[in-house]
Design a protein around this ligand. Sequence first.
Ligand SMILES: Cc1cc2nc3c(=O)[nH]c(=O)nc-3n(C[C@H](O)[C@H](O)[C@H](O)COP(=O)(O)O)c2cc1C
Ligand code: SF4
Length: 510
Amino acid sequence: MRIYVPADAAARALGADEVAAAVRAEAQRRGIDITLIRNGTRGMIWLEPLVEVETEAGRTAFGPVGADDVASLFDAGLADHPLALGPVEAIPFFARQTRLTFARCGLIDPLSLTEYQAHGGLSGLRRALAMTPEDIVTEVTESGLRGRGGAGFPTGIKWQTVLNAKAAQKYIVCNADEGDSGTFADRMIIEGDPFTLIEGMVIAGLGVGATRGYVYLRSEYPDAIRVMDAAIAIARDAGLLGPSVLGSDRAFDLELRVGAGAYVCGEETSLLNSLEGKRGEVRAKPPLPALKGLFGLPTVVNNVISLATVPVIFQRGAAFYRDFGLGRSRGTIPIQIAGNVKHGGLFETAFGMSLGELVNDIGGGTASGRPVKAVQVGGPLGAYMPPASFATPFGYEEFDGQGGLIGHAGIVVFDDSADMLRLARFAMEFCAVESCGKCTPCRIGSVRGIETIDRIGRGDADAIELLTDLCATMKDGSLCALGGFTPYPVMSALQHFPDDFAATTKEAVP
Ligand SMILES: Cc1cc2nc3c(=O)[nH]c(=O)nc-3n(C[C@H](O)[C@H](O)[C@H](O)COP(=O)(O)O)c2cc1C
Ligand code: SF4
């Protein structure tokens, strides 16, 4: 009998290791022969630890399971039990998704290359190996894939620039710094299906003519670091990486590097400095990293999800992928639903679902049961969107039109007890703490921003105009999006929730 208990960091934080140990002990005590598989997560975090049992009718789920529940689960013959959820793929949160990038996450043992291949893995790479670099780049361009790290830049155009650049050495850099609030998709795919990222990076290398790659992973993700490290070693042993990729005459190898833990190190040029062993400070663009990137050589810098989506594009074809979505937002987007929400987790769906449907229907509204006041989409630099904007469909241009951004597609939900002035202050404080210090609007402006918001909190209504002015300066004058986008949360809070800025006796401290 096969039993699955996730080894994903979120599941482990909720007791999955204890559950796995209890399952093992209980099976042994009863003399039941089981195979225990530590899979990734299915992404339904409120049900973690989610235990799955393989039956003739497919995999059936129980959750959230505590170590104390395990004996009664066995008593019930791992079937009829109060924690039974039925077939895992029929759980509404799961059933409503279109899983392309995350198709295997939670399904397989993350470090089994055999299972990876049994579920479609490596077929994209095999196809790419028979294609010319130009055709590979065309395929990605035609898929409509845009960078999932934040800016939504077309991946095909970036790859084309690197392909066209002449250099003896080119690089593929995977940005796994994942610093946005409420985001965990990068971590989840690395912990749950690391070979898809490796496969995507190899295809990128074949496409642009790069033979070396680096995964830049944040130090705060020890589980992801361990899994990625092991996956790279397995891939190398199996000939997926190395001088002759899958026995071909093409070379590609990968190294894992761990970041020191600064938000700005997720910004691509700062990340490259960090990879080179320098201080994580933003470089002025141009030159673009595509032309002068790592060690001054042409470099593709792509987010984890962008690269992990490449294999399915090659497996199913560009047209298949492009068919999902709306407008210029093609394919699917793994949305991370977090904050004060009932059903938090990872929800992969075609672009186009409305924000309100995601928050209220999929997420089930707030965990506190109080009305939703605002949701922040796109990380700490994303706008606060009020329920009045909930009709906005999830798409790059659609969010832009509402003064917002999708970023890495993290949604953080707040109920009506949220104080938007404090949240605006937090955005400025975040910028002040995380600023790389290279330009004045960000370095100094954010500190003045905190002071100005405190003045408003103390009842100085004139300071509102000053804050508006300061935000305009930061937006226009900052070198990168850290300083340039901090006005989004601040100004959206001010615009949509003016009452929170009108109070006169507020203690404006965190
Ligand atoms: C302050 C700041 C932090 C960023 N953090 C990340 C990050 O953690 N992960 C990421 O993929 N992109 C991050 N980005 C975006 C990257 O600079 C870059 O656009 C991205 O890695 C490109 O990959 P993509 O085209 O696949 O999205 C950040 C940008 C800024 C300005
Ligand atoms: S905006 Fe901030 S983080 Fe970006 S370059 Fe300027 S000081 Fe550095």
